[in-house]
Write a protein that binds this ligand. Structure first.
Ligand code: NAD
Length: 357
């Protein structure tokens, strides 16, 4: 295959030093897994999270407890607070001598952003600006932040590529994520702050977000409850397993670029129909579906081009959708005291032979 050359790429600090990483939103799904990985390899981690009630606060506290129990308090600090709080952020940067920022705190979720855009602008735009200002002032070595596949809006491309100019968001959430990219670019330009934005494509896995489809489907089908299917089932999404996302994120933290955005996805889509049948298989029950029209703000299909992340970060999604869902269902069963089905116990070999990528 031909290698694309990305213009304007400049590696400014390929450091291998032990890092002090500020993980914002580190009580959340992706943040707690990322903090776990960084702590495991010996970095220090400071988490700031306001523990908001967008979904279960108990789950967020459990995520913090998980890392504290596993790694102890020596290299791990949790600060409960709002990323928009200027004096708190200043205090964190100066007290802990933060070297790298992994900014994952945000109001996430497309549909709720239509009902309450103000809170999205507060956390996502104001919060990001506050962190960028502190990071520039304290001259951190790298500022990595979560963007989203939703910035591709109504793109008609088969594979969403970072080279496409995207300025047509279709939800307030997507607009705030695009704003984060624009602000990061500005700070990298004005203050030489290395910034990398990561456009995550629907992330799922252990301790996954209860407001997202992968968790909801497993939960509803397990309980025999009615579940909502938006559209005819032909819509397709690129689902990315959590360990692949964490690996890509850490690779980005380790490789400061002047300014870059990367897609972090699996690089292939799964239709809603196939998705539901995989979950039915692992749960061992049929779904009770209620079919509704597509929702405003939703995009019909997402699929990441992962070429740029592969070339510049050495990123590669390793976990198949079937195997990722098997682990997700196993985690759900464990947490709810349920027995694993035969399909779950049989493992990946069996899953792969059924022809799902
Ligand atoms: P999450 O909701 O589990 O985690 C976000 C955390 O940020 C939460 O614990 C929340 O309490 C915290 N937070 C929100 N506003 C805050 C504020 N003002 N101050 C301090 N803490 C605040 O979400 P996640 O799935 O782990 O997502 C992490 C990041 O990745 C987010 O920026 C999200 O937009 C982005 N993202 C996620 C996905 C996905 O599929 N999960 C896809 C694309 C982008």
């Amino acid at each position: 295959t031909t290698r694309k050359v990305y213009k304007g790429v400049e590696e400014v600090d390929p450091t291998t030093d032990r890092k002090v990483v500020l993980v914002t939103g580190g009580a959340g799904f992706i943040g707690s897994h990322t903090a776990d990985y960084l702590l495991s390899r010996g970095d220090s981690v400071v988490v700031i999270d306001e523990l908001n009630s967008y979904y279960s606060v108990d789950l967020k506290r459990a995520n913090i407890a998980h890392n504290l129990n596993k790694h102890g308090p020596e290299n791990f600090t949790f600060v409960e607070g709002d990323i928009c709080d200027e004096s708190l952020i200043e205090e964190i940067f100066s007290s802990y001598k933060v070297t790298h920022v992994c900014h994952l705190a945000a109001r996430a979720g497309v549909r709720p952003s239509i009902d309450d855009p103000q809170i999205y602008v507060h956390s996502n735009v104001r919060g990001t600006t506050n962190l960028l200002s502190a990071a520039a002032k304290h001259k951190v070595k790298n500022f990595v932040f979560a963007s989203s596949s939703s910035v591709y809006g109504g793109s008609k491309s088969t594979f969403f590529s970072e080279e496409e100019v995207v300025d047509n968001p279709v939800s307030p959430y997507a607009a705030t994520k695009k704003a984060c990219e624009l602000l990061a670019h500005t700070y990298s330009h004005l203050y030489s702050l290395p910034c990398t934005g990561l456009r995550f494509f629907t992330v799922y896995g252990e301790r996954g977000r209860p407001d997202m489809a992968p968790f909801k489907f497993v939960d509803r089908i397990s309980k025999g409850e009615e579940m909502l299917q938006f559209g005819d089932g032909s819509s397709s999404r690129d689902y990315t397993y959590i360990s692949d996302i964490v690996e890509g994120t850490v690779r980005a933290i380790d490789r400061p670029y002047k300014y870059q955005v990367f897609n972090l996805g699996k690089g292939s889509g799964t239709t809603l129909k196939d998705f539901i049948s995989i979950v039915e298989d692992f749960v061992g029950k049929k779904a009770v579906k209620k079919i509704l029209p597509d929702q405003p703000g939703d995009v019909p299909r997402t699929c990441a081009s992962t070429e740029k992340a592969r070339v510049l970060l050495g990123y590669e999604a390793k976990v198949s959708f079937r195997e990722g869902m098997r682990r997700t269902v196993m985690d759900y069963n464990r947490r709810n005291g349920l027995k694993d089905s035969q399909a779950v116990l049989q493992g990946e070999g069996e899953g792969e032979s059924k022809g799902m990528k």
